[in-house]
Design a protein around this ligand. Structure first.
Ligand code: NAP
Length: 280
């Protein structure tokens, strides 16, 4: 399939930019979404693509992004929720949420929800960039999603990436009958700007010679590009979590249907103000 409208967040750099290049080369119409105006514009200019800028640490910007996408694109065939990363010390956003959780989970949850009717009418795929950190560090406390009780940089990131997988499962359960398919994936250890804003020891791997052992952004984008191009139901399973084009094991908590349902409901409650119907 070519000529589809594919929205990629975090497309101003790293894995998202590599995916945007590959999908444009395959004949798709990619909409480049980033945070930095300069970087986003540069990728969009290179690809002769439309672009939008939004900082996910400010939910009013996510709402504005959703409105702009709705105004400009009656059909969105693929939404790749890829923007994200690991943070430093615990910080609250202007919306009052822990920043890692907001940027990696709440903001893409809001964007997807505000676009849901367009996505359903388009028979869209929603592809969520998770991380193996979900399994290594994730231990989600549903009563403490903003990590007010207990915060550690790696755990906050692992929890947010676990939330991506739980969101994928619940999105499938709620919306597959309306034509939406969805998958989460781990891109591998990829030499990008990842962790540039973090004090995590993980940063060591990205800033030393260890970087040479990592995948290139093009390699890291492979599963995303594959999920966008291959046929859900035939080539891949909606609701599942992938790496290297195969289903892999996630954190045990990712198997918990009740937790997935509860996370969805709590996310909606946390976003009640942003989800009011006049946002559309
Ligand atoms: N690299 C890895 O080894 C690895 C491993 C597992 C998972 N991941 C995941 O892969 C995804 C892409 O990361 P990457 O490795 O490509 O890192 P990257 O090169 O740092 O790219 C991150 C992208 O996300 C955007 N972004 C970051 N914070 C944002 C915010 N507050 N609001 C809106 N956009 C924001 C950045 O926008 P600007 O550049 O415009 O600021 C950039 O486009 C992330 O979800 C990350 O967690 C990466």
């Amino acid at each position: 399939m070519t000529g589809r409208t594919i929205v990629i967040t975090g497309a101003s750099d790293g894995i998202g930019a590599a995916a945007a290049r590959a999908l444009t080369a395959a004949g798709e119409r990619v909409i480049v979404v980033g945070r930095s105006e300069t970087k986003t514009k540069a990728v969009a200019t290179e690809l002769e693509a439309d672009y939008f800028v939004a900082d996910f640490a400010d939910l009013s910007q996510v709402r504005a992004l959703a409105s702009a996408l709705r105004e400009n694109y009656p059909r969105i065939h693929v939404l790749a929720n890829n923007a994200g990363g690991i943070m430093g010390r615990r910080e609250l956003t202007v919306d009052g949420h822990e920043k890692t959780f907001q940027v990696n989970h709440l903001a893409p949850f809001l964007l997807t929800t505000l676009l849901m009717d367009v996505l359903a009418n388009s028979g869209a795929r929603v592809i969520n960039t998770s991380s193996v950190a979900n399994r290594i560090f994730g231990r989600l406390d549903i009563a403490d999603l903003d990590a007010g009780q207990k915060y550690a940089t790696n755990r906050a990131y692992g929890n947010a990436k676990l939330a991506n997988i739980l969101f994928t499962r619940e999105l499938h359960r709620r919306y597959s009958r309306q034509g939406i398919t969805t998958a989460a994936f781990h891109p591998g250890g990829v030499a990008t700007n990842f962790s540039a804003e973090s004090n995590s020891p993980m940063r060591f791997a990205y800033t030393t010679v260890l970087r040479k052992l990592m995948l290139s952004p093009e390699q890291g984008a492979d599963t995303l590009v594959w999920l966008a191009g291959a046929e859900p139901g035939r080539d891949w399973v909606s609701g599942a979590y992938y790496a290297k084009r195969r289903i892999i094991r996630a954190n045990k908590q990712a198997d918990d249907d009740e937790l997935a349902r509860e996370l969805w409901e709590r996310s909606e409650a946390m976003l009640a103000a942003q989800l009011e119907t006049d946002a559309r």
